[in-house]
Design a protein. Structure first.
Length: 146
């Protein structure tokens, strides 16, 4: 999953996030994944305000969730996050939501990009922006020698 594979945040499943069957509502998995992505960006030194100041913002173009094990109220989870870079306008974010014992409860894979907020189009090379803004580009899985 790349250099940022070790990044994770802890989230406790709250009762109001569960559905009629008593397990975590499907939409909340996406919220946990989003929380971990923003937490990773903040840990790298790229707060939302810095992106907005540059006139760009991350966008999700596609998300796939693979549910492996149900989560219930009170469960402690760890949500991992790793950016996977390629050439071009898009990148992937690979994530796992794990239980306290390390069992994978869900896998989340997303394709994203960085949108120019004025032109409403993806920027040509999002790595350039993230590398320029990050205090620690390595946590984003970006080489720091360029």
């Amino acid at each position: 999953m790349g250099e940022g594979q070790g990044f994770a945040v802890r989230v406790r499943v709250r009762g109001y996030e569960t559905d009629a069957q008593g397990h975590l509502n499907a939409s909340v998995y996406l919220q946990y994944a989003e929380h971990a992505r923003w937490s990773l960006l903040e840990a790298a030194g790229v707060p939302q305000s810095a992106l907005l100041d540059k006139g760009v913002g991350p966008v999700v173009l596609e998300t796939t969730i693979r549910y492996r094990k149900e989560l219930r109220a009170g469960d402690e989870t760890e949500v991992t996050c790793a950016f996977v870079w390629s050439e071009g306008k898009t990148f992937r974010v690979e994530q796992e939501i794990r239980t306290a014992d390390g069992t994978v409860a869900a896998e989340v894979s997303a394709v994203g990009g960085l949108m120019d907020l004025r032109l409403r189009k993806l920027v040509g090379d999002p790595q350039v922006y993230f590398r320029a803004l990050a205090a620690d580009a390595g946590i984003l899985g970006l080489e720091t020698g360029s």
